[in-house]
Ligand binder design. Structure first.
Ligand code: IVH
Length: 667
């Protein structure tokens, strides 16, 4: 290839990078979108003609090759710590006191930054080139998301010339987020496609960043704000403020609202201002991060095993909005539980439109003192589903109506039952259509038989048309029956049928879980499958044999015996076997059972590991995890801001472990 054309291609790449930076980082484009696309196409064509000169940093390489099979784990060279939280002015003052006590003459103000509500990400640049993008994970080990990170246009694939000359390892840390507009557009598109919606922009960003197909990710419009730089594992420079300016010059997107404050009064004003102004931003923030400006002081203060001592996150109160409860509807769940749900005047809260909120049970309605027609405050914090937190009784209209739990099931009209001392009212009619629909939906859900494409709408139609009366009927459906359903063409019907076929091989524990026996969750299903080895011997086991299994208590045993005593359930089993599902499993020793039968409870926010990881460890060694503390609990593992559970554990004399003590136990 002629050196003249290499030169031209280099020039073109430089030009594209320049315009990417103007558009995605500075938000100040110089050329139109179509002109930009033209330049990119020109580069694509030149590179196609000269493939030998394509480098991973070329702007054409942002969307990589074929989808990945999974994400690899990568250990962080410097742990990605979390931040301690402050909720009040007092908490901020104690940070100031600590800093000033420790500082010699290093104190040089605080840098306040917006706390972006996304997920943290580390970018590794070697010799100025982006080589890896890693999620925070549990702080010590994250996941390799490099191909997805490259699709984020505000992330440069190589650093500006001034930095590239130093052959060093530069790590850039920051927050990946999804702007509100993009979040809304994404959910709208998912709604039209019948896909499940993301609860908030953070979940959407996290889900997107971990997607295996970078082509899908490139359409999601993820963005990235940078807040930290490490050079060869150390924070460089004298001042954090200087580092932010440097990062900017290197071509990164630094959130422009940061401020150098000289006193805690200024910090507190900054926090208050942003708490009021957060809705004016085009992305979500959940607080302010306050950092020591002096890097010397940061180094002197150091860190605990979880948090740096030189920074704190001032958390905003979770967002609340006012709306009106138009009605209270009663839903029937898989176990027949009747759940009252408030139908709300639709309002926007934290990026999504809220029109319903569960009220859990009659007792909760009484506790709130809620009537139909009331104006209420609803809250949505983090992942939490929106909930009614308070009734504004002074705004109650004259015609507000009391709510009464129905005496009959709203679906099958049979009478309902509420056992003494229980708060939950249930429909006990075995043939209730609502229960059937839930049972089938549960059977086909991801953690059970995983039949993709069998959404709630399809299940509902199948049951209403009498094509399916129980989960086993799914395996006898015909292509013509499926093709006649609403919004189901021949191709989708064919796909669904092949998904149903594929689900036959998921294995015994998935089938046991999928049956939806009360009190038999995923873990119990695994234990039962492992213990009995076949659906037949499980279903025929006398109650005392069930109770003899260490992890199975009398309530679970009773529930299993009751389930199989019903002839309708026995029929399901024989139909499943007739359909050719795999209903056996090789018995194996689950683990070395160091914690056989021991029960663990977690409380507070865990920072050293995820709950999921810890649960896996415990279960591998024969223990189990419960949500609530009882006399059967053996260990309580405490994270940050542990509340009532810790107190209860102490009162009951249960062993309390810190996170690191827990880690040692499993070393
Ligand atoms: S600094 C060692 N600055 O908040 C401290 N974090 O709750 C590094 N976050 O894990 C964090 N905006 O994911 C910092 N301006 C900001 C931030 C920020 C959001 C996130 C980050 C961190 C979490 C802690």
């Amino acid at each position: 290839m002629k050196s003249e054309s290499i030169q031209q291609i280099m020039e073109l790449r430089k030009k594209i990078r320049y315009h990417e930076h103007r558009y995605y980082v500075l938000d100040d484009p110089e050329i139109s979108d179509s002109k930009f696309d033209q330049l990119l196409n020109q580069l694509k064509m030149s590179e196609a003609a000269n493939p030998e000169i394509i480098t991973p940093e070329s702007p054409t390489q942002r969307v990589g090759g074929s989808p990945l099979k999974g994400l690899n784990s990568i250990e962080h060279t410097v742990p990605m710590l979390s931040l301690d939280n402050a909720y009040s002015a007092e908490d901020l003052l104690s940070l100031e006191k600590r800093m000033k006590e420790q500082a010699r003459d290093e104190f040089d103000g605080f840098v306040c930054e917006l706390k972006i509500d996304g997920l943290s990400l580390a970018l590794i640049f070697e010799n100025g080139k982006l080589v890896r993008g890693v999620t925070r994970g549990d702080g010590f080990t994250g996941e390799d998301v490099t191909s997805n990170v490259k699709t984020i246009r505000s992330i440069p694939l190589d650093l500006n010339d001034s930095v590239r000359q130093n052959p060093i390892r530069v790590e850039i840390r920051g927050e990946v987020f999804l702007p509100l507009e993009s979040f809304k557009a994404l959910n709208k598109e998912r709604e039209l496609n019948g896909d499940s919606l993301f609860a908030n922009p953070r979940n959407a960003a996290a889900g997107s960043l971990r997607t295996l197909d970078s082509k899908v990710v490139s359409k999601r419009k993820l963005d990235f704000f940078v807040y930290q730089i490490l050079v060869d594992g150390e924070i460089p420079g004298d001042h954090h403020a200087g580092n932010l300016n440097w990062l900017n010059k290197m071509g990164f997107k630094v959130n422009s609202h940061w401020k150098l404050c000289r006193s805690m009064i200024e910090v507190s004003e900054y926090c208050q201002n942003w708490e009021h102004m957060r809705d004016q931003l085009s992305y979500e923030i959940d607080g302010v991060v306050v950092k020591a400006n002096s890097i010397q002081l940061q180094k002197r203060l150091g860190e605990t095993s979880k948090f740096p001592r030189w920074a704190i996150a001032y958390k905003f109160q979770s967002k609340k909005v006012k709306t009106v409860v138009r009605d209270i509807q009663v839903q029937v769940g898989r176990t027949g539980a009747l759940t009252p749900v408030a139908l709300l005047e639709p309002v926007e809260l934290a990026g999504s439109i809220i029109s319903r909120s569960t009220l859990h049970n009659e007792q909760e309605i009484n506790r709130l003192g809620l009537k139909i027609g009331d104006t209420v405050l609803i809250e949505k914090g983090g992942d939490v589903i929106p909930k009614v937190v308070r009734v504004l009784k002074d705004q109650r209209p004259k015609l507000a109506q009391d709510f009464q739990m129905p005496q009959e099931c709203p679906i099958c009209k049979q009478s309902v039952h509420c056992s003494e001392g229980e708060v939950i009212t249930r429909c006990i009619n075995m043939a209730c259509v609502a229960k059937t629909k839930h049972a089938i939906f549960h059977f086909s859900s991801r953690k059970a038989l995983r039949i993709e494409g069998l959404g709630e709408a399809v299940v509902s139609q199948l049951v209403d048309k009498g094509l399916v009366r129980d989960p086993a009927d799914l395996y006898f459906l015909q292509l013509t029956e499926l093709s006649e359903l609403e919004r189901m063409g021949h191709k989708s019907a064919f796909n669904l049928l092949s998904q149903i076929e594929m689900s036959k091989t998921r294995g015994l524990s998935k089938v046991i879980f999928g049956l939806g026996i009360r009190h038999v969750g995923e873990r119990t299903a695994k234990i039962l499958a492992n213990h009995f080895g076949s659906l037949r011997s499980f279903s025929e086991a006398p109650r005392e044999n069930l109770e003899a299994i260490v992890e199975i208590g009398p309530i679970v045993a009773e529930s299993i015996s009751y389930f199989f005593s019903l002839s309708s359930n026995k029929q399901i089993l024989s139909k499943l076997s007739q359909a050719g599902l795999i209903l056996t499993e090789k018995k194996s020793k689950i683990s070395d059972n160091k914690f056989d039968g021991q029960q663990f409870v977690f409380t507070g926010k865990l920072s050293l590991f995820t709950r999921e990881k810890a649960t896996n460890l415990i279960e591998k060694q024969g223990g189990r995890v419960s949500n609530s503390i009882s006399t059967r609990t053996n260990f309580v593992v405490v994270g940050d801001q542990a509340g009532g559970k810790l107190e209860k554990a102490r009162n009951l004399g249960i062993a309390v472990l810190s996170q690191s003590e827990f880690q040692k136990l499993f070393d």
